[in-house]
Design a protein around this ligand. Sequence first.
Ligand code: GLU
Length: 424
Amino acid sequence: MKVRFAPSPTGYLHIGGARTALFNWMYAKSQKGSFVLRIEDTDLERSKKEFLDEILESIQWLGLSFDEIYKQSERFDIYRKYADQLLKEEKAYREGEAVILKMPQKEIKIYDLIRDEIVFDTAVLKDQVLMKSDGSPTYSFACVVDDALMEISHVIRGEDHISNTPKQVVIYEALGFKIPKFAHLPLIMGEDGGRLSKRTGAVAVSDYKKMGFVPEGIVNYLMLLGWSPGANQEIINLKKAVEKFSIKKINKASAVFSIEKLKWVNTQHIRQMDLEKLTDLIVPLLKEKGYLEAEFDRKKVESIVNLFKGRISILEDFVDWADFAFLKEIDVSDGDKEKFFTDDAKKRFKLLADSFEKLEVFDIKLCEESFRGLVDELKIKAADLVHPVRVALTGKTIGPGLFETMAIVGKENTIKRLRRAANL
Ligand code: GLU
């Protein structure tokens, strides 16, 4: 068996296209067949190299390797040859430079693996343009010629192509080609109930990559748009999903794209990722922000990443939440200064800084001992000091454990930030 993904490089690879690519790929892998990537760039005006590059990069980033690749713009001679054949057989006629197929009057039955039998009456269809007057083939003509010559056994694509299918079946029949099996995937809707579009949020896979989603998360979420591994399982890796994949289990009903759900799935994959790999993904973002020099303490970065690992939903979260660990000076908002840096708190910051000065080793355990010692001495509640100190050290009201935070900020900066807050 052989399937194909056939994007047009007239735009970026969007979520819907990526899901189509993924389902084709999973089906190929599950059946030990091959996966063809066919670039449908017959529209020379609207096809752009920038889009093609982005599509290839996104497919690779998602991990969807292909076995063969074709570009329709390099195959115009082939389409011309088959158009000539149809002219010779008088199944098509010329109108100026264009070649047009005579539409037979008949009923066409298509067996769709997802939607079962679909019946069309071609009487409602007009004669079809195969080759345009500029010498380029129409989408349906190039698609049929290629699917036949490339020996595609299953055409798996979006439901928006159902209406093209009878027109294509007529072309297969005219050319005497074997008709492949079809599977039309349910539409993906936005949460507003309309078709997924830019209006409702990002649609390009590369946008999600930029936002700090990981390919494992995107791929896992995409496969849930119309399919499920069963037994209420939602978090699954690609290899396991391939073992369970079956076209028969794809839903007919449209799927709803939810960014919140995508984030949740992504969080689970980041949580499962090994620390080395996650750190590899985060380091470039930190460098881009100027938080890391060319030479840096990798083990330290890993320990900071580890502290946040369980709650990062997109990589950007880490950059936002852990900035205090990399910045020389942190910002505290006026509102937080007013709320947390009371006169009492400032006195306590000074006392805490004084007791930290005495520490030879500044680790989680000794920080905590010293901190609790002061709390007892002052006869206050730990919480009265924890929150203001967190704000003084990180500029944030939430974060990982305070003593872990101190150990990461380090003795020198912890003392400096406490004193600075005390003197505000
Ligand atoms: N180039 C078409 C598209 O991007 C391919 C449709 C098909 O798979 O036949 O929608």
